[in-house]
Design a protein around this ligand. Structure first.
Ligand code: SF4
Ligand code: SF4
Ligand code: SF4
Length: 410
């Protein structure tokens, strides 16, 4: 079976914050104005049936709304179910949170069960608090700072997710250095592209050019000072594509069938940005995973990504950009082929960085080769010491030479 992961919204769009740019708060139109909480039945069915699948990695990514409003006991229940059904399988949990409800009890569980935590932070208080406030309209920056200290104190691995919007798009280097000075080693910059009902960009959203300038400057700063000790998710994704030809983030793939969204009531959708009745694939209480994964609706959704404009077909960056995420295409509701709002930004970014990406990719390949040779060398020395191999034997490195001819090189 093809690998896929779950993006779970146990409390649907319910959240203790009211961020100005939040696209998921608007899901009230679909799920109604009431409290949304995943039931024990749905939780049990989701965990047991997903773990039963014949895939290598069982990844549960908890998101919202704000998933921590479910309470810690809900997550303890989920972890117990994973242990019960896991049976030695490879299970990973991730949590994307605004961080405001975390405390030491949470941190202990996150640490003990090796959660990878994503914490949302848009920059210093005067920037973060412009958009990220609670229900009473108060900024939440100080609470995120507390969460960072809490996670560090408890050795929980976390990255910072920064939504690039009008409040911070003009200050890329300032934002980057701010995070770096906080000691953040894993950065993730996500573009905020949202449309108004009349099709215009929302006031907090960024244009393609703004995005391009922002991410180019982040790259320059990172490349100059930190390329060996700070991870920026987009750059990792590009390097993995260049070195291993693998897609590790859906926006750089040519097909949108990468994960499934599980809503609080068991409804299944193909993507976080397309939780809409027309894309509902089924419900886990009624449909099997296979049924939903093999449905024509899912196939059609997956292919929307490469049904892009002919500009993309002829573009030199198609391999890396993959036509950009369909939610950034202006008329996506009517025509999935429209060119992304960010197109100009991607072109600017790839032309500005490609040579340096290529040289980093070469470096990674060379380091791997050196590591490989060192590994073989250690193995051969071990076998020689144990008398399990002679100098007249073919060298295990695959050179086709005898060990006595090859060893000096390795
Ligand atoms: S914390 Fe996340 S889910 Fe909650 S309002 Fe802000 S963006 Fe939306
Ligand atoms: S629409 Fe965008 S976010 Fe959704 S799966 Fe496709 S690339 Fe990923
Ligand atoms: S850079 Fe623009 S034209 Fe090229 S693949 Fe991306 S969205 Fe398409």
């Amino acid at each position: 079976m093809k690998e896929f992961s779950l993006l779970i919204k146990p409390a649907s769009f319910d959240c203790n914050l009211r961020c100005e740019y939040c696209f998921y708060l608007r899901k009230e139109e679909i799920f109604g104005h009431c409290t949304h909480r995943m039931s024990d039945e749905v939780l049990k069915k989701m965990v047991s049936s997903f773990i039963d699948l014949d895939i290598r990695n069982h990844i549960f990514s908890w998101q919202g709304g704000e998933p921590t409003i479910m309470g810690l006991d809900f997550f303890k229940k989920a972890l117990k179910l994973m242990q019960k059904h896991g049976n030695g399988k490879n299970v990973t949990n991730t949590l994307q949170t605004n961080g405001t409800l975390l405390n030491d009890d949470w941190a202990k569980v996150l640490h003990d069960y090796n959660f990878l935590v994503g914490l949302s932070l848009d920059g210093p208080a005067k920037i973060h608090d412009q958009n990220r406030f609670d229900v009473g309209g108060k900024g939440t920056h100080h609470k995120v700072m507390d969460a960072i200290k809490l996670l560090e104190r408890n050795n929980v691995e976390f990255n910072i997710l920064t939504l690039v919007n009008q409040a911070n798009v003009k200050r890329p280097v300032g934002i980057y250095r701010y995070l770096k000075n906080l000691g953040v080693k894993f950065h993730q910059y996500i573009e905020c592209v949202e449309y108004m009902p009349d099709g215009k960009l929302a006031p907090f959203a960024v244009s393609g050019i703004e995005w391009g300038k922002f991410i180019c400057q982040i790259f320059d700063e990172w490349y100059k000072n930190d390329r060996y000790n700070i991870s920026v998710r987009l750059f990792d994704t590009i390097l993995t594509k260049l070195v291993d030809h693998q897609v590790i983030a859906c926006n750089t793939g040519r097909d949108c069938r990468q994960y499934l969204v599980v809503e609080y009531n068991g409804d299944i959708y193909p993507c976080d940005f397309f939780v809409e009745p027309r894309f509902k694939l089924g419900n886990i209480m009624e449909n099997s995973w296979e049924e939903m994964l093999e449905s024509s609706l899912y196939e059609e959704f997956g292919k929307r990504k490469c049904a892009s404009d002919e500009q993309c077909g002829e573009c030199q960056w198609l391999e890396l950009c993959a036509g950009c995420c369909p939610k950034n295409r202006p008329d996506y509701k009517q025509d999935a082929r429209a060119v992304s709002e960010l197109c100009a930004g991607w072109k600017m970014f790839y032309s500005h960085t490609i040579e340096r990406f290529k040289s980093l990719a070469d470096e990674i390949r060379q380091n791997r080769e050196l590591e490989h040779q060192a590994h073989i060398h250690r193995q051969v020395m071990h076998m020689l010491q144990q008398g399990k191999i002679g100098m007249e034997a073919p060298c295990p490195c695959g050179s086709g030479k005898l060990l006595k001819e090859c060893m000096p090189r390795s």
